[in-house]
Ligand binder design. Sequence first.
Ligand SMILES: [Zn+2]
Ligand SMILES: [Zn+2]
Ligand SMILES: [Zn+2]
Ligand SMILES: [Zn+2]
Length: 262
Amino acid sequence: MCQSCVSEQSGNKITCADCGEQTTQEKLLIDRGFKNDMQSLSIICSFCSWTGILKTYQSHLDQNHSNPTCDSCDQKFNSVNDLDRHKLFSCEKTTVVCPLKQCGCEEMVLRLRLAEHYISDQHQIVLAKFVRQMNSILSTNIGNHSLIGCYQRTDIDANELEKISRTMNILSDDIKILADELERLAIERDQIHNKLQSFIQESTILKKSIEEQKTCIDGITLNEERTEQDLSSLEQNLNTMNLNSYDGTFIWKITNVEEKIG
Ligand SMILES: [Zn+2]
Ligand SMILES: [Zn+2]
Ligand SMILES: [Zn+2]
Ligand SMILES: [Zn+2]
């Protein structure tokens, strides 16, 4: 168990990140022999090209990198530990690869956005595929010890395996329901698309017929104007005809007298 893992956890109970075993603060002992071995390990500085043994690394860090900068967001920190913590928990720009990268989810994700990524379509599809694969592996290998070798865990027992298998079955049922739902939605989408298409066609036809009617109305208006002209010339003709009286005397009917006298 490393020192920073221990100091990262609050409370008296400490859980080891490697084996999951719980222990109390008091029971933790510093492994002196191990510590000495570690001190003489030769390492490369994670900020520059410096190489040396671990024992002198801290002083190198203090001298050359006393204010380490986050290379993702340019924020400055007082110590390398603070920077590490920032990168792990609070940097808004540090990107990480999706844990399912090996399975095909190859997107680089902002660490803070991982939760959002996990519920994205893309990730869910990869996850569904992964669960299905795991399920088929489990169902063909249940009780078979080659599976245990495959996951390099010797502490996994048949009960645990069965429990996992049951969970997998439930998950794959859920996935089947989701897949059916997806298929139904796709069909519905196609139907809506078709309806929209025929609606567009209908509205084009309607538009054309409105244009035709407009031309027709224009024609009618023109005819009306002509009829009006015809009517007024007919009236004039009638007026001229009225000049003839019926009792044999001939009377002039003079129209627009004033105009003619004046
Ligand atoms: Zn540890
Ligand atoms: Zn350095
Ligand atoms: Zn940062
Ligand atoms: Zn993913």
